[in-house]
Design a binder for this molecule. Structure first.
Ligand SMILES: [Zn+2]
Length: 83
């Protein structure tokens, strides 16, 4: 059984990189992403994007934005706290 890890920062729940102490910059990396964009061609021949959708087929990683340490164990927490 996988236990959800909640970071023990200050205030509680704040993610702190254990390698470099970074608390501000984080990166989410998605593998195998399919991006579909729908375009409308205008009468002058130019195109305007109408809509797009993103589907993720691969793994999603959550990394420290400064040293690149793998913080994927906090990804679920990140999703809950991202508005
Ligand atoms: Zn770091």
């Amino acid at each position: 059984m996988k236990k959800l890890q909640i970071p023990a920062g200050d205030p509680a729940g704040r993610i702190v990189c254990q390698q470099c102490g970074n608390t501000t910059n984080f990166v989410e990396v998605a593998e195998n992403v399919l991006v579909t964009t729908y375009y409308m061609q205008n009468s002058d021949g130019s195109f305007t994007p109408e809509d797009n959708s993103t589907e993720i087929f691969g793994e999603v990683k959550f990394l420290c934005g400064k040293c690149g340490a793998d913080l994927t164990r906090y990804h679920a927490h990140f999703l809950e706290m991202s508005f």
